[in-house]
Write a protein that binds this ligand. Structure first.
Ligand code: ZN
Length: 187
């Protein structure tokens, strides 16, 4: 079956840790501001973490569009602006396998959008709009407990609640893996 968000594998290791692997590719006709190396690096750095129950979760984004059937695609959209306080017009992950990024998007934004990919596009943001005294939207602010986090204000990596969201999302393929032998069996 084709997952609208690209193939997502989950590996449950015998020590209780979990690895989530998300396939992606670069749109060569509209390459995103970040290289594949950067996308892979910041995604693993900022999306990996520890769930509420203590499960260590490692997130790996692999640029394997060439041989995966349905990777998610990263591309640039010149009409977007990552500094726009109205974040409807900053960056978005659509339901067509595609993450569209502003030309001025940051590596943190790339990882944040990857966080949406990991949950199949569910709304796992942890911020609310912020208004000035006249009622004009001037940006967003993290919800309490989500300050300085990736899905809150792009100010760091994920917190436990945000990692819980990734663990709760459906994987296309799930494997049980033995650390001692490094062997996996598909469920
Ligand atoms: Zn978001």
């Amino acid at each position: 079956m084709i997952d609208p968000w690209g193939t997502r594998d989950r590996y449950n290791w015998s020590d209780g840790s979990v690895t989530i692997v998300q396939a992606y590719q670069i749109d060569a006709s509209a390459p995103p501001p970040q290289s594949a190396d950067t996308i892979s690096r910041v995604s693993q750095e900022l999306l990996s973490g520890t769930a509420t129950d203590g499960t260590n979760v490692t997130v790996v984004f692999v640029n394997e569009g060439a041989y995966e059937a349905d990777p998610v695609t990263y591309r640039v959209d010149p009409t977007l602006d990552d500094t726009n306080p109205n974040n409807d017009n900053s960056n978005y992950a659509t339901r067509d396998h595609i993450v569209s990024l502003a030309p001025n998007s940051t590596p943190e934004t790339v990882a944040h959008e990857g966080g949406h990919v990991l949950v199949g596009g569910a709304r796992n943001d942890y911020y609310d709009p912020k208004f000035d005294d006249s009622g004009n939207k001037i940006g967003t602010e993290a919800r309490p407990g989500h300050e300085n986090t990736l899905m809150g204000d792009l100010g760091g990596s994920t917190n436990s609640q945000q990692v819980d969201d990734f663990l709760g999302a459906r994987a296309d393929r799930t494997f049980d893996c033995e650390l001692a032998t490094f062997s996996c069996t598909r469920r």
